[in-house]
Design a protein around this ligand. Structure first.
Ligand SMILES: [Zn+2]
Length: 553
């Protein structure tokens, strides 16, 4: 690896998860985001295309490695286990390629990286790396989850943990809604204070600022998922009775992030390079909830077992709900360890049980992000029913069926459906579903993908929400969802002179060059050797956290 050119200034990478110009532009015009407005004017601002699917895990992984999902191997929070009708949680150990942080460290540079998703378990870096919201810290950050536990403890002793369980996103009711904004604002302040303290301790220890300072805030994403309908007066899910506080929630969080960005850039110094980036954009949800497996069943691709055999599934769901209903206090966690491991297995059971695999030719994981479909291929799947000679024919039929899926008015539901090798290239293409697709928008609003509620034997494949269901929550999707167009702001004039990245895979080469380190392409062949897989308990904790955030049903 090339040694770092010492004459380069430090680089500040400010990550705003799910940030979108649809919010930033009106707010800058209204004078509410003075820092971002000035940076956009002095530098450049462009939409930045996310990954397929536009989700935090694959997207931040592409930003870190410069690789596309087919190359780095992370497609979502979960991954279907090869040959089994089961899911598992992915993490940085599943990722291929060398990260930006490792590249800077190996070139002799120093790194401060806080809060970036898909960095758990942390890599060894020259500096400090604290993973993002996906690390198993639903009960608060633990110092041993940081790359330098002693340094983490010194910072946390003054400021408090980087993350703490101060918001139960799955809670319901207006009381939570009013409280959530204040909680998110407090969280942004604490993260900013944590980052400033980390910076000052590293400067004290090493004499100069780290070469790469990467701070990612997840609050822009959380607020959009829960308050988009209050922010957007055209949202089909809007609530005319929303309070002024609710209507101002998205703007309040963006304003706080603007203040945070300004404070961090001021601390790093005016000579620093600075970019603001998001992993994907955000937008509103339509009133439609889609059940892909119900649609496949209606067309004869998927078959259920007889009614009597479906009883255990109901019990499994109920048991799973009981197990996950409460977060146990730290002291009793050990007692729950086994129950949590069981919970992860129950998740797969709830999703894939009850099918008659001998009569099932295609099925979906029903992840809320990806309407992808697997072919039940003989020789590959545990109870495969489609002969290898029929694979392409069945795959073509599934693609046709998805393209034919229409809303009651006749509008298409699917924007495109393709064979996975038409969408991805690289050593990890086989981790993707056989058919990959993207949903079409309805008047600019996105449909929600939710697992089929098989208990209701007549539930339709397309469910239109009634007014009481607009806020979202279990079975209803979230009222704000992701969009492929994220944000790129090159705040300093030197970075603004570089050709802006067209998509997330072009960010790492640009940032590294800006750090004075030459980019050497990575073929993605190497696994992330520093990282280890989750333990069963950690996987169950991650599951809880994702469920609380609304990413899992
Ligand atoms: Zn999100």
């Amino acid at each position: 690896m090339t040694a770092r050119d010492r004459r380069q200034p430090p680089l500040l990478l400010l990550g705003l998860d799910g940030a979108t110009f649809s919010v930033i532009e009106p707010l800058t015009q209204a004078g509410q985001l003075p820092n971002l407005a000035r940076w956009m004017q002095e530098g450049t601002a462009r939409p930045l295309l996310s990954t397929t699917p536009p989700m935090s895990f694959p997207a931040w992984s592409s930003l870190q490695t410069g690789l596309a999902p087919g190359e780095h191997g992370l497609f979502d929070f979960t991954q279907k286990i090869a040959g089994a009708y089961r899911l598992r949680f992915t993490n940085a150990a599943d990722r291929r390629g060398t990260s930006l942080f490792a590249r800077v460290s190996r070139a002799g540079g120093r790194v401060l990286a806080l809060g970036m998703p898909a960095t758990f378990p942390p890599e060894a870096v020259n500096g400090l790396l604290v993973p993002g919201f996906d690390s198993p810290l639903s009960a608060g950050s633990r110092s041993d989850f940081a790359s330098d536990p002693a340094l983490y403890r010194r910072i946390a002793a003054k400021i408090g943990p980087w993350m703490s369980p101060d918001l139960n996103e799955s809670a319901r009711g207006d009381e939570w809604r009013e409280r959530a904004v204040a909680t998110l604002l407090a969280r942004i302040e604490r993260k900013t204070a944590f980052a400033l303290e980390a910076l000052s301790q590293l400067v004290q220890r090493d004499g100069t600022a780290p070469d790469l300072i990467s701070i990612v805030f997840s609050e822009s994403d959380t607020i959009a998922h829960h308050y988009w309908r209050d922010f957007d007066s055209h949202s089909p899910r809007r609530d005319p009775a929303a309070s002024a506080e609710r209507r101002g929630a998205v703007a309040a969080v963006y304003r706080a992030l603007d203040v945070a960005c300004g404070a961090l850039r001021a601390a790093v110094g005016a000579n620093a390079a600075c970019v603001v980036v998001s992993d994907h954009g955000a937008g509103g949800a339509s009133r439609r909830v889609l059940h892909v497996n119900r649609y496949l069943e209606q067309l004869g691709f998927l078959a259920r077992r007889r009614a009597i055999a479906q009883l255990p599934e109901r019990w499994i769901r109920r048991l799973r709900e009981r197990v996950l209903a409460h977060l146990p206090p730290v002291a009793t966690q050990a007692l729950f360890r086994r129950a949590r491991g069981a919970a992860a297995r129950l998740e797969s059971c709830a999703r894939f049980s009850g099918f008659d695999w001998s009569r099932s030719f295609a099925f979906s994981e029903e992840a809320n992000t990806q309407p992808g479909v697997w072919i039940n291929l003989r020789g590959r799947e545990a109870e495969g029913s489609v002969a290898p000679d029929d694979y392409e024919r069945v795959r073509g039929e599934v693609i046709d069926a998805l393209r034919d899926w229409k809303l009651p008015g006749g509008a298409p539901i699917i924007a495109w459906a393709r064979r996975r090798e038409e969408v991805y290239a690289g050593p990890c293409v086989e981790c993707a579903p056989d058919v990959v697709c993207e949903l079409a928008l309805e008047d600019g609003y996105a449909h929600s993908l939710v697992p089929t509620p098989w208990r209701a034997s007549t539930s339709p494949a397309i469910h239109t929400l009634c007014e009481e269901e607009f806020a979202g929550g279990r079975g209803r999707g979230m009222n704000g969802t992701h969009r492929p167009e994220g944000v790129w702001i090159a705040a300093d004039t030197e970075t603004a002179k570089l050709p802006p990245p067209r998509d997330l895979t072009e960010v790492a080469p640009l940032l590294l060059t800006r750090c004075g380190i030459s980019w050497q392409a990575d073929d993605g062949a190497a696994k992330n050797r520093d990282a280890r897989p989750y333990t069963a308990e950690e996987a169950a904790r991650v599951r809880e956290r994702l469920r609380a955030l609304g990413y899992l049903e």
